[in-house]
Write a protein that binds this ligand. Structure first.
Ligand code: PLP
Length: 419
């Protein structure tokens, strides 16, 4: 067979020479071109919420594809975008009044950083420094890599990355060093914004912290006029048990990034939400104060129609009940692992469950991750362990039996791999 010219993301082709071809998807399942059914235990990189091909989302996409494919979004608007923006206004934390569209999580974070810096520049204050949480992940563009943790993923690009003030990750029951470091940095008076993933650091290893900690970090930022950016790219639309993770702490960030689940995971779309203070700082007869950001596909009408259908699903279907049921099933499955010495540090936030392989060298490049992934796939389960951290983040339509079979596959596969 002629080798494919495709260069895949986050893939070492020397170790993974061939890719599985997927032909179709339905609910929590993928169907490979060779006919194998594969359970989507990572919601196709954390994007699929209700399940693959929710009929209302598919219908909205079909309808709008036949009507309006694409339109420049500067100087123009369209109904699906207006519907999404109005729908978001009803559910986002109070105080977020403006919606800026883009097309990926990374871009929504780039936009957030630019909005923060633009805000301070336009009101005439010299605040240019960004603070971020240790182990954070915000994307793979230069700005988002700068805000994210440094490591093997971005070592080669280090010369291009800008410095950020790093705040220690708030370890469970030991968050004081985080608060102290944040306070010290914020007091310096030159900080534009603090960015964090609320309640759970995803790519950093599914590291969970509590709502009180999030609330206190927000309080410290507010006390020093530091803009608080919530990166809800992964946590949005129910992953953590509520629509947005910030809700659990009762906080309103100044800027919030929303992507992955915005279209139910069907099409690429993102938004960055901002307060009126940030919007108004860019409002001027002086064109130099414009918010200078765009990308060709900003607010693509078909993607917006998918997002509008997603919002409608949240309004009309018992989504929170499904999330609750899945969360309860995750708890039961984790309980069964409690006395299993092969696993350690069992943890859960809403629909997301994670644990470590006991006694295995930690680190993203741990060989065990690739082996586990390959063996699990043979058994028809798609998981992507982060080094020695195994996590399960399935779509909300996942049944009790499906989830149990994923845990069974993990148990069996771990034995094979560690033997
Ligand atoms: N921010 C967070 C918290 C993420 O988890 C991710 C992706 O996993 C991103 C940003 C980047 O999003 P995207 O991959 O859509 O660019």
């Amino acid at each position: 067979m002629t080798p494919s010219p495709i260069w895949h993301p986050f893939t070492q082709h020397a170790l993974e020479p061939s890719m599985r071809s997927i032909r179709s998807a339905d609910g929590a399942w993928l169907k490979a071109s060779d006919g194998q059914r594969i359970f989507d235990g990572v919601s196709s990189w954390w994007v699929i919420t209700h399940g693959h091909r929710h009929p209302k989302i598919v219908a909205a996409i079909e309808k709008h594809a036949a009507m309006l494919d694409q339109i420049i979004f500067a100087g123009f608007t369209h109904e699906p975008a207006e519907e999404v923006a109005a729908g978001l206004m009803k559910i986002v934390p109070p105080g977020l009044t403006h919606v800026f569209f883009s097309d990926s999580g990374s871009t929504s974070v780039e936009v957030a950083l630019k909005m923060a810096l633009g805000y301070w520049k336009n009101i005439g204050a010299r605040r240019t420094r960004i603070l971020a949480l240790e182990h954070g992940y915000h994307g793979d563009t230069i700005g988002t890599m700068s805000a994210g943790a440094r490591g093997v993923f971005n070592a080669a690009y280090e010369p291009l990355l800008f410095e950020v003030g790093r705040i220690p990750y708030p370890k469970p029951h030991h968050a004081q060093p985080t608060f102290d470091a944040l306070e010290i940095q914020c007091r310096k008076g030159d900080v534009a914004a603090f960015i964090c993933e609320p309640l759970i650091l995803g790519a950093g290893g599914m590291l969970i912290y509590d709502a009180d900690t999030l609330k206190e970090m927000h309080r410290i930022c507010k006390a020093h006029d530091v803009l608080f950016i919530a990166d809800e790219v992964m946590t949005c639309f129910g992953r953590t048990g509520m629509i947005f993770a910030c809700e659990q702490a009762g906080i309103s960030p100044d800027i919030m990034c929303v992507a992955k689940g915005l279209t139910g995971g069907s099409l690429p779309l993102a938004v960055t939400l901002a307060t009126s203070a940030i919007y108004e700082a860019h409002l001027s007869q002086d064109r130099a104060k414009t918010f200078f950001h765009s990308s060709s596909y900003t607010a693509n009408p078909i993607a917006c129609a998918a997002a509008a259908a997603n919002l409608d699903i949240w309004r009309t279907e018992p989504v929170i009940e499904r999330i609750l049921a899945l969360s309860q099933q995750q708890s039961l499955c984790l309980n069964d692992l409690e006395t299993d010495t092969r696993f350690a540090n069992l943890r859960q936030l809403g629909t997301i469950a994670a644990f470590e392989l006991a006694g295995v060298q930690p680190g993203y490049l741990a060989d065990v991750a690739l082996k586990l992934r390959a063996r699990l796939l043979e058994r028809g389960v798609l998981l992507r362990p982060l080094g020695s951290t195994i996590y399960i983040m399935p779509p909300y339509c996942t049944t009790k039996d499906e989830l149990k079979s994923v845990y069974r596959a993990i148990g069996d596969t771990v034995d094979e791999v560690l033997r």
